[in-house]
Design a protein around this ligand. Structure first.
Ligand SMILES: Cc1cc2nc3c(=O)[nH]c(=O)nc-3n(C[C@H](O)[C@H](O)[C@H](O)COP(=O)(O)O)c2cc1C
Length: 325
């Protein structure tokens, strides 16, 4: 399948693995890229630029295909060493960067100068248009269904994607709620040129996370996620667990007076405990509603191959069949 996204990133299939904190290590990124998609290392999971450089080198040893790095621009006071991370990306020869969070404008000239393609993650049409205006090459349009930070507008992909298609000139991928061949065909029908998956890629053999995480996703239904931190305008979709119930009770109790410090125990530093140690109630961790569509733990190659076969069958048989009647 050839789309503007496969052309832009030099990949075989229009499938991207979104950056995921404490999931997007070299093992997963390499497995996705080896299967013909675009694997992404999560930059900030590596505590220093030096460690990111090592992770990029490790990934390079596992694949000769293109892969990318996610740079999440956090609204924190003490900023991570972004220039250092960007230097590691450039020197590591990485040609694709997925940016997310705050506006990446400041960093675009240096990335472009080194021939790096930038795909910015956006949860609204207005942010997508801004990304286009500042010179991003593509957008990952993240609907309300998505795991992680869906923004504050709550527009699901059935509306958000065709709205993005109405306005954008640069290509975009559908992100949030994507799991299989049906998702890919629907995304293409709504105007996207591929899809980005987060939660689905956690439940794969190569994802270097504790098996408890994979089993929690397989066991979860589409009813099992919750939105947390809405009062702080930093909404995150997470899998419901004991810590999330405590967090939501605090939100209800404190209302508009809620401060980050009140919920710090449930959200700060919890990812290593969950992803690496499998302590599933340690805190709130991102997970999409798409968990309801995830029933197994395949390899990345099995997953991607099956998506492509299913997508092509839907297009050539089911949809073509309707057109003939
Ligand atoms: C566990 C987890 C961690 C994530 N961490 C990040 C992150 O650090 N930076 C980022 O830009 N997106 C992050 N995301 C969002 C994903 O890249 C992707 O946009 C999202 O998962 C898509 O929705 P889906 O889960 O329905 O596929 C994370 C998602 C999950 C599930």
């Amino acid at each position: 399948m050839k789309t503007r996204i496969t052309e832009l990133f030099g990949i075989q299939h229009p499938i991207i693995q979104g950056g995921m904190h404490f999931v997007g290590f070299a093992e997963l990124a390499a497995a996705v890229s080896n299967a013909g998609g675009l694997g992404i290392i999560t930059g900030l999971t590596q505590k220093t630029p030096e460690l990111l450089a090592k992770e990029i080198a490790r990934c390079r040893e596992m694949t000769d295909k293109p892969f990318g790095v996610n740079l999440t621009f956090l609204p924190t006071v003490t900023s991570p060493d972004y220039p250092g991370y960007i230097k590691a990306i450039i020197e590591g020869g990485v040609k694709a960067v997925e940016t997310a969070g705050n506006n990446p404008q400041k960093w675009l000239p240096v990335l472009k100068e080194h021939g790096i393609k930038v795909i910015h993650k956006c949860t609204s049409v207005r942010h997508s248009l801004k990304a286009e205006a500042i010179g991003c090459d593509a957008v990952s349009v993240d609907g309300f269904e998505c795991g992680g930070h869906p923004g504050e507008d709550d527009v699901p992909n059935f509306i958000l994607l065709p709205r993005a298609a109405e306005e954008l000139k640069i290509p975009f991928v559908a992100s949030g709620g994507m799991a299989d061949g049906r998702s890919l065909v629907a995304a293409l029908a709504l105007g996207a040129e591929g899809m980005n998956m987060g939660t689905r890629f956690i439940a794969t053999k190569e994802a270097p996370v504790h098996d408890n995480v994979k089993q929690a996703i397989v066991a979860a239904s589409e009813l099992d996620t919750r939105l947390v931190m809405r009062p702080l305008r930093n909404t995150e979709r997470v899998l419901r667990n004991a810590a999330v119930d405590v967090l939501l009770a605090k939100e209800r109790e404190l209302g508009a007076n809620l401060k980050f410090e009140d919920i710090i125990e449930q959200v700060a530093g919890v990812y290593p405990k969950i992803m690496l140690e499998g302590t599933m109630d340690a805190g709130a961790w991102s997970c999409g509603m798409v968990a309801g569509l995830i029933h197994d733990v395949p390899t990345c190659k099995e997953l991607i191959d099956r998506i492509m076969v299913e997508a092509e069958t839907i297009i050539q048989q089911r949809l073509a069949g309707f057109a003939k009647r």
